[in-house]
Design a protein around this ligand. Structure first.
Ligand code: LIP
Length: 256
């Protein structure tokens, strides 16, 4: 897409806002340890302003605009899906990583995705059918088997009903792989699978803004990204997610 470079520059500028933020005001959202900061809001407003200048006909769905479902008007044409800071709790505690995530849907289907880690200046990007890139270099997921890989998972502190099963699956996975990690940001986790650092990521519930960009990047890196039942992600709202590298040929039994 001609506009890819313009979108990348806007996302990099958004990353600068994140790393230059000083003790931002913290607001609480519904549920245990569910936070938003004034920097999340500032970055989202900045991106909507920049991206609407780049693609005036596009609609927007952002984490901080208080709606988590896709509305019918987003079914046709372009829609940007923004997570201004994925890994907000990490950002608050100055724990790494935290990333900016921007996905673009065309007629409800993912056509472009960008995930940016401003701390290490790592920019992941993908266009549908055109491969995945890290700082402009083509990336592909690992061919290693699960037994020879790290895995990563997420479970939000505010989805208490999912924690028992999430940690139970993680415990079973621990016996099937080298070790299990938990970073606190779904978008980063899927990019780690896309670039071959891990071979499987799972989370039993994430929002469309957590996966809209990273799921496309992972898919373009040869990963299989589905919900926990093995069905395609809806790109319509919250979903469970399993992202498997090329070397993990099927969903492990511990999910059944
Ligand atoms: C985060 C997700 C992560 C999940 C966290 C949180 P946020 O999103 O990316 O996978 O485990 O609880 O939901 O709120 O930092 O954008």
């Amino acid at each position: 897409m001609m506009i890819m470079d313009d979108i990348i520059s806007a996302v990099k500028e958004a990353g600068e806002i994140m790393i230059n933020a000083k003790r931002p005001k913290i607001m609480e959202k519904a549920g245990h340890a569910n936070f938003c900061t004034e920097t999340d809001e500032k970055i989202q407003a900045f991106l909507i302003d920049k991206l609407s200048a780049i693609l005036p006909e596009a609609d927007f769905l952002g984490e901080e605009d208080g709606q988590d479902v896709f509305s019918s008007k987003m079914e046709s044409g372009y829609c940007f899906v923004i997570d201004p800071i994925d890994g907000t709790s990490n950002f608050i505690y100055e724990y790494r990583p935290s990333v900016v995530s921007v996905g673009l849907l065309k007629d409800g289907k993912p056509c472009m995705g960008i995930v940016y880690d401003p701390y290490d200046d790592l920019l992941f990007s993908a266009e549908a059918g055109r491969g995945a890139y890290l700082n402009g270099e083509r990336i592909m997921s690992s061919n290693a088997p699960l037994s020879d890989s790290l895995t990563v998972f997420g479970t939000a502190p505010y989805y208490e009903e999912l924690q028992e099963r999430s940690f139970d699956i993680a415990k079973k996975l621990l016996r099937l792989c080298v070790d299990v990690r938990r970073s606190g940001t779904a978008a980063w986790d899927m990019c780690c699978v896309a670039m071959g650092r891990c071979s499987l990521y799972f989370e039993l519930k994430i929002q469309i803004w957590d996966y809209a960009a990273a799921a496309l990047i992972a898919t373009e890196a040869g990963c299989t990204v589905t919900d926990a039942e093995g069905k395609p992600l809806s790109y319509r709202g919250p979903a469970s997610c399993i992202c498997r590298s090329r070397g993990v040929k099927e969903i492990p039994d511990c999910f059944k």
